[in-house]
Design a protein around this ligand. Sequence first.
Ligand code: AMP
Ligand code: ZN
Length: 140
Amino acid sequence: MKDNNCIFCKIANGEIPSATLYDDEKVRVILDISPASKGHALILPKEHYANLYEISDEMAMHVIKTAKKMAIKMKDELGLEGLNVLQNNGEAAGQTVFHYHMHLVPRYKEDKVNMKWENGELGEELKEELVRNLSFESGI
Ligand code: AMP
Ligand code: ZN
């Protein structure tokens, strides 16, 4: 399942060269070309999934296991003080490349990364509505 017009399909499968940190039969981890901080990396599945809604359970599991290994390597080698793991789905969420990828963004005391938002309030009515509509039975 590859998309011929997708740059991350080409990078993940080695058709376009990249600064690769890890590579196996399912994923490739590369350095982001416009890093938010030193060591900013991306985990790319080798199969094309546009986003989290589409990714297979098996691939999702492999991605998170890769993230854990990569995170420990970064912690040991970079002298980082924190690490953000994030993944954008849809333009409104900031997704610019529509091939699922997970960001690993190492954090340092004086870095220029900004992931702040204004905190709202969870009112009683809205809380009840959300719990009613969003809760689901086990079955993962
Ligand atoms: P997102 O906004 O979540 O879709 O993230 C896309 C990320 O891919 C951005 O951080 C870009 O800097 C990065 N990116 C785009 N093209 C390349 C490329 N050819 N090689 C490495 N990273 C890239
Ligand atoms: Zn793709």
